[in-house]
Design a protein around this ligand. Structure first.
Ligand code: SF4
Length: 350
């Protein structure tokens, strides 16, 4: 359990993100977390680079609903301070905490506060003896990374704590996939999956979708983060689309829109963007279509619970492929939005 969120053991795959604000800035960090909550984010991680950030956790924690994970590197005292200030979990790499004694103190504090630990290891902190034995991890063999992660896990277990999840970092898609396959075969602990430093919206979404799609398709992964060089809210949106595509979880309406072609008579890109903005505030699993022409649109989007098809001067609102209403172009979006909101609230009150 991370706060009140179950991870692993058959629980739904949870979607995480990480704030990009200065954690010590309580106002900015809280505001960003609230936007993440509105997007459906299940659990948020904040960087704790200094004592000011660790101290801010208490005030942030009091102002948000979702569990908070403190991300610690190098200084074990920051991990202890974060837990004292109410962090629901910590993320550490025992390999960079400065020795076993410091890890012991962190684990004992975690036990005391009943705070789970995410053991996150990366290729940069693999012990020399493992590198000598297995070589640097690559897409074919990640034994050094796996062994390093398991060594860290055993260290946490040695001091009496087993509330653990594991992540291993790689920016390469195939190395990520093969590493997690090896790791899943070697342990029953829940796994946090993700491709690190994946890139901007397009590259990051593609890399994450390929890697996480392959893993989740094989039943590997209990919680995920899609890392993007973007507003973290986009990470959550991509995460949910990924889970929806795999039919693992749904969050809010599914938007279907046509790519447009020579028959398109309205500014469909702007319309689709506007509808996307509107559905983001909804929670029902409606299928919503935005199509470029009234001739083929309703038929091509038959599976949609409600759709809009733009024409010259007037457009259509359709339901399950049948025309529901013809509306002058200037009223199309407003009429559509009213009906969509009505259907969304009807669904929620059912
Ligand atoms: Fe073209 Fe109409 Fe199909 Fe859109 S719905 S791709 S505009 S034919």
């Amino acid at each position: 359990m991370v706060g009140d969120l179950a991870i692993g053991g058959g629980s739904p795959v949870s979607v995480q993100s990480m704030t990009s604000t200065d954690t010590a800035d309580v106002f900015a960090t809280t505001a960003q977390i609230r936007r993440l909550e509105a997007a459906g984010c299940d659990v948020v991680r904040v960087a704790v680079p200094d004592q000011k950030a660790a101290a801010a956790i208490r005030a942030i924690r009091d102002r948000i609903r979702i569990p908070l994970i403190a991300d610690i590197h190098f200084q074990h005292t920051l991990a202890i301070a974060s837990m004292e200030n109410g962090a629901d979990a910590i993320r550490i790499n025992p390999g960079n905490l400065g020795g076993e004694e410091k890890t012991r103190r962190v684990v004992e504090a975690a036990r005391h506060h009943r705070v789970p630990i995410r053991v996150g290891v990366n290729s940069g902190s693999i012990e020399k003896d493992l590198l000598a034995k297995y070589g640097y991890p690559n897409a074919d063999d990640s034994s050094a990374l796996i062994e390093s992660a398991l060594r860290s896990v055993r260290l946490v277990e040695k001091y009496g704590w087993d509330q653990i999840k594991i992540s291993i970092k790689s920016a390469d898609v195939l190395t990520t996939v093969n590493s997690y396959r090896q790791l899943a075969a070697a342990t029953d602990y829940p796994l946090h999956i993700g491709v690190t430093e994946a890139g901007g919206l397009i590259a990051g979404t593609v890399k994450s979708s390929v890697a996480l799609g392959m893993l989740l398709g094989e039943g590997i992964g209990d919680t995920l983060r899609v890392s993007l060089t973007r507003d973290p809210v986009d990470e959550v949106r991509v995460g949910f689309e990924l889970l929806r595509a795999l039919r693992l979880r749904e969050h809010g309406p599914e938007l279907i829109s046509c790519p447009t072609c020579g028959r398109t008579r309205i500014d469909l890109f702007a319309l689709a963007e506007e509808v996307e903005r509107i559905v983001q505030t909804m929670t029902s699993p409606l299928k919503v279509a935005v199509m470029g022409c009234p001739v083929n649109g309703p038929g091509e989007a038959k599976q949609a619970d409600i759709g809009i098809a733009g024409g010259r001067g007037q457009g259509l609102i359709f339901k399950k492929g049948e025309v529901w209403k013809r509306v002058p172009e200037e009223q199309l979006l407003a009429e559509f939005t009213t009906e969509l909101r009505r259907m969304d609230s009807e669904f929620r009150s059912d």
